[in-house]
Design a protein around this ligand. Structure first.
Ligand SMILES: Cc1cc2nc3c(=O)[nH]c(=O)nc-3n(C[C@H](O)[C@H](O)[C@H](O)COP(=O)(O)OP(=O)(O)OC[C@H]3O[C@@H](n4cnc5c(N)ncnc54)[C@H](O)[C@@H]3O)c2cc1C
Length: 387
């Protein structure tokens, strides 16, 4: 393997794996049925340090590398994809707060998030603006010594359970994308309310809500960075956090492969375990190859991130490869299970539903490919030579 794990990475993976086996896996199917938010489990992940793995130790985190974070996400997703969605939404909020808050703000907001006391949320998408974030309608207007926010956000993961929310709103609506600013809000801000959890296909115990802002007052000490740079911050945070979604995909794919291998050994047809048939072996071989390719791509992107490289290309490649491969892998795993894989009581049926979101959130597959192509246009001249 070109990316061997060091002792710290192995130890952290084992700690998270043990926790997931004992605390997460046993209730995952029941939470999928009820949609219950796993508050106790999130607290447990916080106690293990998982909520701030790459957060600098000066801010209360573990100060470890990105690959260690990917290993933790993969373990969580392997046990319960919905939990991994809650976890990665929290990490996405940190991708804005850690680089862009000033020193005083960091001390105020980040230690509670790194310890898991305050869950993070990232409020960007609106009913009228998804991929096109410059089209957002939520506005923050100056009123005396504060900003007054009006509008709504939708599909926001963790919204009603979050202690700390990163909010994007236009402070200069005429300036479009360059008029977006970012704010950090705490739980219980007057003028902020939530819809009921939205009903959805998969990751059912990871609630998303529409969030309503009706004259919510936000003081200047909650502005993140410079006014007008919120759009840039959002895109930059998404580029970095997409590697986490790749790890989530790899965890789901790992579990799908395990289930398919187990089922192929146990299921007997025509007097043989079905794993004796080449048609089944071809599917298992393809799943394994696609998973390893996705994992190595994610780890490469993690190394790029830790080296301080621009992640527009690497982040999108990692997300696109892993999430598309995961879609193919869970589909093949259902096929290996035959009719049993289509039944509500089978774990693979849940994974099939849970995996579908991966190609939509934090930028659809099409948006990833467009982003990759845009970096190529900047790198190649007209003759195709690298500039
Ligand atoms: C379960 C869930 C959780 C989510 N969590 C969050 C969250 O925590 N915070 C948050 O802010 N958002 C969140 N989202 C929103 C998510 O990021 C958006 O749904 C996603 O970015 C796509 O936006 P959209 O749904 O408006 O689709 P649209 O942007 O309307 O896209 C619809 C289709 O058009 C395609 N398309 C759009 N523009 C182009 C283009 N220029 N060229 C080619 N094709 C294009 C897309 O690829 C897609 O196929 C969540 C969504 C879901 C479903």
């Amino acid at each position: 393997m070109p990316y061997p794990l060091n002792d710290t990475q192995r130890a952290m993976r084992q700690v998270i794996r043990d926790f997931c086996r004992n605390e997460v896996m046993p209730g995952a199917a029941e939470r999928d049925r009820t949609g219950a938010f796993p508050a106790e489990i999130m607290r447990g992940l916080g106690e293990l340090g998982a909520m701030g793995i790459t957060v600098p130790d000066s801010c209360g985190g573990l100060g470890l590398d990105t690959q260690t974070q990917l290993l933790a996400i993969e373990e969580v997703a392997r046990a319960d994809a919905a939990l991994a969605s809650i976890y990665t939404a929290h990490l996405l909020a940190l991708e804005v707060l850690v680089p862009y808050l000033n020193k005083e703000q960091k001390g105020r907001f980040i230690p509670d998030m790194a310890s898991g006391k305050a869950l993070g949320a990232f409020a960007l998408t609106e009913p009228g603006s998804g991929s096109d974030i410059g089209g957002m309608d939520t506005v923050a207007r100056r009123d005396g010594d504060a900003w007054v926010v009006s509008g709504s956000k939708t599909f926001i993961s963790n919204a009603a359970d979050a202690g700390t929310t990163v909010l994007f709103a236009k402070t200069d609506p005429a300036a479009g994308f360059r008029g977006i600013s970012a704010f950090v809000l705490s739980r219980g801000t007057p003028g902020v309310s939530f819809s009921e959890p939205q009903e959805k296909l998969g990751i059912r115990s990871a609630p998303t809500h529409t969030v309503y802002f009706d004259g919510a007052r936000v003081t200047d000490d909650r502005v993140i960075g410079e006014l007008g740079t919120g759009g840039k911050m959002a895109l930059s945070a998404l580029n970095r956090a997409r590697i986490d979604i790749a790890a989530m995909a790899n965890g789901i794919a790992q579990r799908a492969l395990e289930l398919a291998v187990e089922y192929a050994a146990a299921r007997v047809q025509f007097g043989h375990p079905i794993r004796d048939f080449q048609a089944i072996q071809l599917m298992l071989g393809q799943m394994d190859a696609e998973l390893e390719a996705a994992r190595l791509t994610a780890w490469w992107a993690a190394a790029e991130k830790d080296s301080g490289a621009d992640l527009r290309r690497a982040g999108s490649i990692a997300k696109w490869v892993a999430t598309e491969n995961c879609g193919a892998i869970v589909d093949l795993a259902v096929q290996v299970h035959g009719g049993a894989g289509y039944m509500r009581e089978s774990e693979i049926e849940r994974l099939y539903r849970d995996a579908r979101i991966l190609r939509i959130f934090e930028g659809t597959s099409q948006i990833q490919l467009l982003g990759i192509a845009a970096t190529l246009a900047a790198t190649f001249d007209r003759s195709g030579e690298v500039v």
